[in-house]
Design a protein around this ligand. Structure first.
Ligand code: ZN
Length: 485
């Protein structure tokens, strides 16, 4: 089965210890002791994640309140203060908090939020090989809708809170409050989730930093991992393309047929490529990734793209075109998603349309993209309308204690790992937070190979338990690095 990083990880850790001259006896005894504790923790966390997946929170309608009450009960059992907020019937959020007790004379730092969402996207039931809401474990892999998006992260965040609470009970004073937030309605825009919380209870979630979903921990083809920490995101817009033409009976073919016109327009849109644009985040992303990327030609292309030299940038971008996930961060993206038109098989319609999902890079103008599409289509009977315009949000910095904490925590779990700043093509709640002044970063703490990563929102979504264990240790490490003295 794919995704069993733990043996290689342990071997790598032991290798380092041996290289550092640590006595063989302590090198072997330590991992064994740690392993027993990890196993018990993983068993508990797995049962909690299974319970979460079995509570079907497909959005719409969401019904997140069930999961909110479940999480609330977990916190109460640990003696952590927790509150459920109801944003609409059956919907809501959980906010739990461990307070900084602070030492006399030192003010606590501004809080840290560990956040995630409880709703999931729906399933195409007959495309799954298992029941998507049964949370079955097969060969060490947990299957279920929400396993990686985003219930796994909620449980990893809960386990991080629990680890901090243990430290507090043992007498450690936290340097800042750590707040757990599980919200609703993320998959449908957040109107009853993060947007609602920010609007109605800003004081309950006031913080400096937020760790959210939206990044990746990727396993490359050579088995090495890198963490793509999301610091900026593309902005999602909807544009409608409408073609008009003469209507009439299908028995007389008409040259200006609107469907033919729309077809030509869509072909021109598909052939159009937006210009290559590098942002500070993507430049650093390609720079860091070039150093560890297993494919030599692609690694060279990444270095070219990050070089800032126009000829090299174009050359590198041409090579990376073969990798859609990398090409998508180099330019604005346009994906036709819906085609609509026609009412009967024997009637030529006078108007047909297509929906385009347009994703612009931060700081890029949607209107400029639409103008380029109009020129590419070059047909006065095809018009473009902006149906919904997304809002831009600021990019985060890699030069602060948060970024350093992620690097430190990642290396504690895997000494060979690289952390790279990442611009995500998907939109998250972090955009709202960034606009509200939070320093919000996105992570998916579970190391996944590409085929498993692509199951997010797809069929047979699944989480290898070794990756789950890795993610719990990773998130706990981040929280500890930021909140322990
Ligand atoms: Zn998600």
């Amino acid at each position: 089965m794919r995704g069993s990083p733990s043996p290689t990880l342990r071997a790598a850790a032991l290798g380092l210890l041996a290289a550092a001259g640590v006595l063989a006896i302590s090198a072997s005894a330590r991992p064994l002791a740690a392993q027993a504790g990890d196993d018990a923790l993983l068993r508990e966390a797995t049962a909690q994640l299974q319970a979460m997946i079995r509570l079907n929170t497909s959005n719409p309608p969401g019904n997140e309140l069930l999961t909110a009450r479940f999480l609330d009960s977990l916190f109460r059992a640990e003696g952590i203060e927790s509150q459920v907020f109801e944003s609409a019937p059956g919907r809501g959020a959980v906010v739990a908090r461990i307070r900084a007790t602070g030492t006399a004379g030192t003010a606590a730092k501004s809080p840290l939020i560990l956040m995630g969402h409880m709703d999931v996207v729906g399933v195409v039931r007959d495309k799954w090989t298992v029941d998507p809401f049964a949370a079955e474990v097969r060969d060490g892999v947990l299957y279920g809708r929400g396993a990686i998006d985003d219930k796994g992260m909620l449980i990893a965040n809960f386990q991080a809170m629990k680890a901090l609470q243990r430290r507090v009970r043992a007498g450690t004073r936290l340097t800042r409050d750590v707040i757990f937030v599980a919200n609703a309605d993320e998959e449908a825009g957040g109107e009853f989730g993060m947007g609602w919380l920010l609007r109605t209870h800003p004081e309950a979630i006031r913080a400096e930093y937020a760790l959210n979903e939206g990044g990746r921990t990727r396993v490359m083809s050579n088995g090495k991992r890198y963490v793509a920490l999301q610091m900026a995101e593309k902005v999602s817009h909807v544009v409608t393309v409408t073609a008009t033409g003469p209507d009439g009976h299908a028995s007389i073919p008409l040259e200006g047929n609107a469907i033919g016109r729309l077809g030509r327009a869509l072909a021109a849109i598909a052939a159009h490529r937006e210009p290559t644009v590098l942002t500070p985040t993507t430049t650093r992303f390609f720079q860091s990734l070039a150093a560890v990327w297993p494919d030599a030609a692609e690694a060279r292309a990444m270095a070219d793209v990050a070089s800032g030299d126009a000829t090299r940038v174009e050359h590198g971008a041409a090579v990376l075109r073969a990798v859609p996930t990398l090409d998508a961060v180099l330019r604005n993206g346009i994906s036709p998603t819906i085609v609509q038109g026609g009412i009967r098989s024997n009637v030529i319609p006078s108007e047909v349309s297509a929906t385009l999902n347009v994703r612009t890079l931060p700081g890029e103008s949607l209107d400029a993209t639409v103008a380029r599409l109009e020129r590419a289509v070059n047909d006065p009977l095809v018009r473009f309308t902006v149906t919904s315009r997304g809002k831009d949000s600021p990019a985060m910095s890699a030069e602060n204690e948060f970024y350093a904490a992620v690097e430190r925590a990642a290396r504690r779990v895997d000494p060979t790992i690289t952390v790279v700043p990442y611009l995500s093509t998907g939109a998250t709640d972090s955009a709202d937070l960034r606009r509200a002044g939070y320093k919000a970063y996105g992570l998916l703490p579970f190391p996944l190979e590409m085929p498993d990563e692509e199951r997010m929102h797809g069929n047979d979504e699944r989480l290898p338990l070794t990756a789950f264990a890795f993610g719990i240790r990773f998130v706990t490490g981040i929280a500890e690095a930021l909140a322990l003295p």
